[in-house]
Design a protein around this ligand. Structure first.
Ligand SMILES: Nc1nc2c(ncn2[C@@H]2O[C@H](COP(=O)(O)OP(=O)(O)OP(=O)(O)O)[C@@H](O)[C@H]2O)c(=O)[nH]1
Length: 672
């Protein structure tokens, strides 16, 4: 084999034949598994005590791992026991390192991770004192991987560095590949510890080395890690570029599975950049491929990412439903690490959909799951340090969301309270307004009633209850108004007002003949007749028992006779009908103008004028009744007539001091 020829002659000299054949086996295993397996089984058959203990233990170790991969448990255990017992019996440090490392590898591959870590820790404490660099490399490499998976990154790093030291002492075909593998491990630890700068430096060297040494087969894995680091460094352009290279490389090498991972990672990158259209295109492509390849885990992951795009593009319900379906799948198959990651994205999706409570719940579930992962030995690998970082941030985020939620609730409660208060206020105001309106109506009504009552009272106080005519008080008020008006007006003398005082003739006899009620009826009917005869501005007053006073507005001297006659006729022409009986009625009157004969009212006021009218009425009575004596003027000056006018009108007439006219009433109808 060309590769074998390149091996160092010095190293060959130190190795026995079995060792050389085992080296050959390793080289074969990298290229042709079948041939390598066949060689190993040959070596098993030809196992003999001639070979060095270390070589034999190495053979048993290789057989153990071979049977382990072939899932032959019994053979695995047999050869492991052989290796262990031979190594411990001889106490050969190389043999011990190989056997113990193999035991750890078996435990790890059988997923007895606790035991693997325990043994690894024992081996670490005990120290690896193998002189053979291959054995040292193998043991340190294995411890590094176990501790890395256990999240004990410092220990892992230490063993990878030791392994690196050991590998530099080996100068064989595998040295380069082993060195690069160790660098890849160290880079991934840096990445997991978020030392992205160092991780990136290492992976960039590795990619360059892979190209230099034409180890292209390693490139897709390197690109995967490189893309991952770039994405975490938010170098999205580089991440996309690297993932595209990785995709091309894995497609070129026919690694369909890896190509699918790159497509998904490219999609995730586009989602991160908010480039949902491009993300959807590549993820749809990946989904088709994943469905064809029947890889449910990838299919679900891609569907999950597509669901997130839906949410981000506003299709909350369908997107969240798709994401939840995937989450349920991860729940079912108990892929805790995947589930934990996806819960983080689901929380983001809930944030986009403004569903804060669900977001808080999801973050809480994610945190609980992370806790569970931390406590579960098998999955501890993927989480730990980062979890511890993130959990704190998540806890804070949950508290903030919870507070946010509480605040929203509080605001909602406040709003509801405010609405209730407003409603209450409106109701109170409405009630108040209604009460106020009612009160206003009541007040108005009361006022109206009061007004009416006042009016009534006023009416009653100024009216005669029997006839409804004004009473003496009304006249007095009218006269007071007249006095105050005349003080302000100068033209008062120009207005010729007049008093016509009327008294029913023989009224006592009417009462006596027809009864008091008949007398009342006469009073009422005459009142109506007088009211009709007068104008609105005139005042018709019941002056006494059977006496009426007409206070007349603006009666000119020439109208006087006509007016008085009309009144006398009104009373006497038509008898009063009462209880089927016709009662003949007449009246006598005395008239005087106010002001009288150009005399000021200060000298001759309305009361004195009325006295004169009363005296004129008396003259009507004594001179035959059914007539009016109107005193129309003076024939002498007032000072001369004053005394006689005060108490003896008859004397004044006799002394020719006054002008007067007599208006005779109509002839009375014959009594029935
Ligand atoms: N029915 C009725 N009679 C009244 C009323 N007021 C006064 N009288 C009566 O009117 C009568 C007036 O009588 P007199 O003063 O003698 O006068 P007269 O009978 O009219 O005689 P002369 O005036 O001289 O024509 C009295 O009998 C009173 O009782 C009243 O409101 N109703």
């Amino acid at each position: 084999m060309l590769l074998a020829l390149l091996l160092s002659p010095t190293l060959f000299a130190l190795q026995d034949k079995l060792d050389q054949q085992l080296d050959h086996y390793l080289q074969l295993a990298a290229d042709d598994y079948e041939q390598a397996a066949a060689l190993l089984l040959q070596l098993q058959e030809h196992d003999s005590a001639e070979h060095s203990i270390a070589s034999r233990v190495r053979l048993y170790s290789y057989l153990t791992v071979h049977y382990l991969y072939a899932t032959d448990e019994q053979q695995t255990d047999t050869w492991l026991q052989q290796a262990l017992s031979l190594a411990s019996a001889t106490n050969d440090p190389d043999a011990l390192a190989d056997a113990q490392a193999t035991e750890i590898e078996v435990l790890a591959l059988r997923q007895q991770f606790n035991d693997a870590v325990l043994k690894a820790e024992l081996l670490h404490q005990q120290g690896i004192s193998a002189s053979n660099p291959r054995s040292r490399y193998y043991a340190h490499n294995l411890l590094g991987r176990v501790f890395r998976e256990d999240g004990q990154y410092e220990l892992a790093l230490k063993h990878f560095v030791d392994a690196l030291q050991a590998v530099t002492e080996t100068q064989d075909q595998r040295t380069q590949r082993r060195t690069m593998f160790l660098h890849q491990m160290i880079a991934s630890i840096h990445a997991e510890l978020k030392n992205f700068a160092q991780a990136r430096q290492l992976i960039e060297h590795l990619i360059a080395d892979a190209k230099t040494y034409q180890l292209d087969t390693e490139l897709p894995e390197y690109y995967l890690l490189y893309g991952y680091i770039a994405s975490f460094q938010d170098d999205d352009v580089l991440a996309e570029q690297v993932n595209l290279q990785g995709l091309a490389e894995s497609q070129r090498q026919g690694h369909a599975g890896l190509a699918l991972v790159f497509k998904n990672n490219l999609g995730a990158g586009y989602i991160k950049a908010g480039n949902f259209g491009q993300a959807r295109t590549i993820l749809n492509d990946a989904l088709k491929q994943a469905t064809d390849m029947q890889t449910p885990s990838d299919t679900h992951l891609i569907r999950f990412n597509l669901g997130y795009i839906d949410v981000a593009e506003g299709n909350h319900a369908s997107g969240l439903a798709a994401m939840l379906e995937v989450i349920n799948y991860f729940r079912e198959i108990k892929l805790k690490t995947q589930l934990e990651d996806t819960l983080g994205w689901l929380a983001k999706a809930y944030a986009l959909a403004d569903r804060h409570q669900e977001r808080a719940d999801t973050l809480a579930e994610q945190m609980a799951l992370r806790e569970e992962i931390l406590n579960s030995d098998r999955d501890k690998v993927i989480s730990d340090l980062q979890s511890r970082y993130d959990n704190k941030a998540k806890a804070q985020q949950i508290t903030i969301l919870q507070q946010d939620n509480d605040l929203t609730h509080q605001l909602l409660r406040n709003k509801q309270l405010q609405q209730r208060i407003t409603l209450l206020f409106v109701i109170v105001m409405l009630f108040g307004a209604v009460l106020l309106l009612q009160l206003m109506f009541k007040v108005r009504k009361t006022n109206r009633r009061l007004k009416e009552a006042n009016k009534q009272l006023e009416y009653q106080s100024l009216r005669d209850p029997l006839t409804g005519l004004f009473n003496r008080r009304a006249l007095q008020e009218q006269m007071q108004r007249r006095v105050s008006f005349s003080r302000r007006q100068t033209d008062i003398c120009e207005r010729e007002n007049g008093f016509l005082l009327l008294d029913i003739d023989f009224f006592k006899k009417i009462n006596d003949d027809y009864g008091h009620a008949a007398g009342d009826e006469v009073l009422k009917q005459l009142s109506e007749r007088l009211t009709k005869a007068c104008r609105e501005q005139d005042l018709v007053v019941r002056w006494g028992g059977e006496e009426f006073l007409l206070y007349l507005d603006n009666v000119a001297a020439e109208q006087l006779t006509g007016f008085c006659l009309r009144i006398l006729k009104l009373i006497a022409s038509e008898p009063v009908l009462y209880d089927g009986k016709l009662i003949t009625v007449s009246a006598s009157g005395g008239f005087i103008h106010l002001p009288f004969a150009g005399i000021t009212e200060t000298e001759l006021n309305w009361e004195r004028a009325l006295q004169i009218a009363d005296m004129a009425l008396y003259l009507s009575k004594v001179n035959g009744r059914n007539q009016v004596y109107a005193i129309t003027g003076l024939r002498c000056d007032y000072a001369t007539a004053n005394q006689a006018l005060s108490n003896d009108l008859q004397g004044a007439i006799r002394q020719n001091m006054v002008d007067y006219i007599t208006i005779k009433g109509p002839p009375l109808p014959a009594k029935i």
